[in-house]
Ligand binder design. Sequence first.
Ligand code: HEM
Length: 363
Amino acid sequence: MNAGFSRLTTTDDELGRAGRGGFATGATFDFLEPTSTPGAGNFDVLAYLSSAHRLVVLEDAGRSTVAVPLEPQLSLDYMAAIGIAAETAPGEPVDVIARFAFPLPFMVISELLGMPVGDRDQLRAWSHEMTNSIEPFNDEPTLRRMVAAAENMLRHIDDAIAWKRRNPADDLLSALLAAEEDGDRLTHDELRDQVVLLYIAGHETTVNLIGNGTLALLRHRDQFERLAADPSLDANAVDELLRYDSPVQVSRRITTTDIEIGGEGIGPGELVLTLLGSSNRDEHKWGPTAGDLDVGREGASGHLSFGSGIHHCLGSALARLEGAEAVPALVRRFPRMELATDTPAWNGRIVLRGLDALPVEVR
Ligand code: HEM
């Protein structure tokens, strides 16, 4: 069933605060010991990241502003060649997620933040466990793994912060540290929370954009070939892929007032799950072709995959940029790429919908 698209776009004020999962502050559960002190959370990072202006604006609850120009040195499209072509024998299946969809956004966010080079696979595993905290249902073993991963990740972030203090550079983490050292603008816990949030939000989601998007194109050969042949479609195609198979299917809000949705009354203070992926297929908004993949779709950018209102994804410009570099580069570099299986393994998540692996043959 589709959640009403217009309802989601108009009720953001009423829906008020974002009901965020616990991964930025460490999770606490009554059967486990608390893992960290939640930060006060009054420091917002507002970002405008685009190819033209790599500028991150850090705004401390209206008290002060720091502007940091960022020039990541990464050339995004070279990843298409190194990630997949390397070590690939002709005819041998290769995993798009492990070789391409994960390393690219992970390297980009690591470089933007200025994180030390670490054990990428280990960090990926911790990060992936931690994102279970935004899933609506978790069993106890998952929760225990999640808390253990959060403890390891927080230790790693603390080490990274200590390292960055000794090795400041022209990057986001150095800018955040300067704000912290400035006195009362950012506490250590707030700093750590922001770094964890950016580090994880900065790649888990984009992995799904590249993975789900590549799968959608491989399952719609006409659209794959259309995109491969026409670079003017790149930006629009990424929005259509975000709409067609949303990397984040659900966001959440806590109501601030009485509202009514679909004839149901909801009182203030209630947790509401907003079904972004469902809205992106709502025929009232998208018409009878809502379920089709059309890389040239008019108005594709009107999807809700980045949420809405004041909590609209702050990395959306960066994510669009990465997607528009990565996916077209992949289809053009490997125009004869094919699925190596009809049933790639999904990660089983409700919120962060993505693939565990996407085996393809690149030929
Ligand atoms: C395809 C990639 C991405 C998708 C689909 C995505 C999606 C989302 C969604 C749905 C939200 C919640 C919005 C809401 O509650 O209304 C969000 C929030 C957020 N995103 Fe993203 N995101 C992506 C990439 C990124 C990247 C690359 C970064 C960091 C550089 C990032 C940082 C954040 C942060 C910090 C928030 C919290 C904003 C707030 O609560 O004020 N995201 N994102």
